[in-house]
Design a protein around this ligand. Structure first.
Ligand SMILES: CCCCCCCCCCCCC/C=C/[C@@H](O)[C@H](COP(=O)(O)O)NC(=O)CCCCCCCCCCCCCCC
Length: 216
């Protein structure tokens, strides 16, 4: 009986749309929705194979750090990225020069996810405008080189670019997204991307204002 219930089919559409629910009316970003968006992305990445598990582990670790802040006694201070930045800065909870007393601050952890969101934005735009002959591994590598790679050590860059070569081709990749036909994938990306870009821009501006873009 219960064990014959099929697992609900996973669609990337719901995941990407999660980023829409990050934004409050006054343009703040809700931490829980942001973290949930990443959870869904990691779930999708896991479905692409174990070669990505070293990336997945790091992302899960960062998601967990954010969840721990959110569930802690000052969890309400972490409701939005804006309130988190204010709370951690006002209370000297961020290592500004080098990692020391606060190696797992919300600000530095979120910054890593924020940088990865830029990679996602670039990669999705490439997927959206790609043609039948486009290679996912090339699109992914180009997006990575134009974003996250600048913040990674040589060995990480090497491992990441090797893993990208194992990405399925465009048709199989779109199929794994489970959104429907190519036209439906393209339409869905067009719908979701403005929210992802908005979330990225607002976070970038917040971190810039507080001089937090290079946190160790
Ligand atoms: C679909 C293929 C997946 C491509 C993923 C692209 C991102 C590549 C990131 C490589 C990170 C390697 C692991 C180590 C990272 C850390 O060194 C590094 C720095 O952290 P630290 O300062 O604490 O040391 N961490 C980071 O930069 C954070 C990386 C977070 C990566 C999250 C990736 C999730 C990918 C989700 C894929 C969804 C694809 C959807 C497309 C339709």
């Amino acid at each position: 009986m219960a064990d014959s219930v099929p697992e609900e089919k996973f669609s990337l559409k719901e995941v990407l749309i999660t980023f829409q629910s990050c934004l409050t009316d006054n343009q703040e970003i809700l931490t829980d929705s942001y973290v949930n968006g990443w959870r869904g992305l990691v779930r999708f990445m896991n479905s692409l194979g174990s070669i990505f598990s070293f990336i997945s582990k790091d992302a899960v670790n960062k998601i967990q750090i954010m969840v721990t802040h959110r569930n802690g006694e000052n969890g309400d201070k972490y409701e939005t990225l804006q309130s988190m930045v204010k709370y951690e800065l006002d209370n000297n909870l961020v290592d500004l020069q080098r990692r020391a007393e606060h190696p797992e601050s919300g600000c530095r952890t979120l910054l890593r996810l924020h940088r990865a969101l830029r990679w996602l934005e670039l990669f999705l735009e490439k997927l959206r405008t790609s043609t039948e002959g486009s290679k996912t591994s090339v699109m992914c590598t180009d997006a990575y080189n134009d974003s996250l790679a600048q913040h990674h050590a040589w060995i990480i860059r090497k491992a990441a670019t090797m893993a990208f070569c194992a990405l399925p081709g465009r048709a199989a990749f779109f199929h794994t997204m489970n959104v429907g036909s190519t036209e439906q994938v393209v339409a869905m990306l067009g719908e979701a991307m403005p929210f992802i870009s908005k979330v990225y821009e607002i976070t970038e501006e917040l971190y810039k204002q507080h001089n937090l873009l290079e946190l160790p």
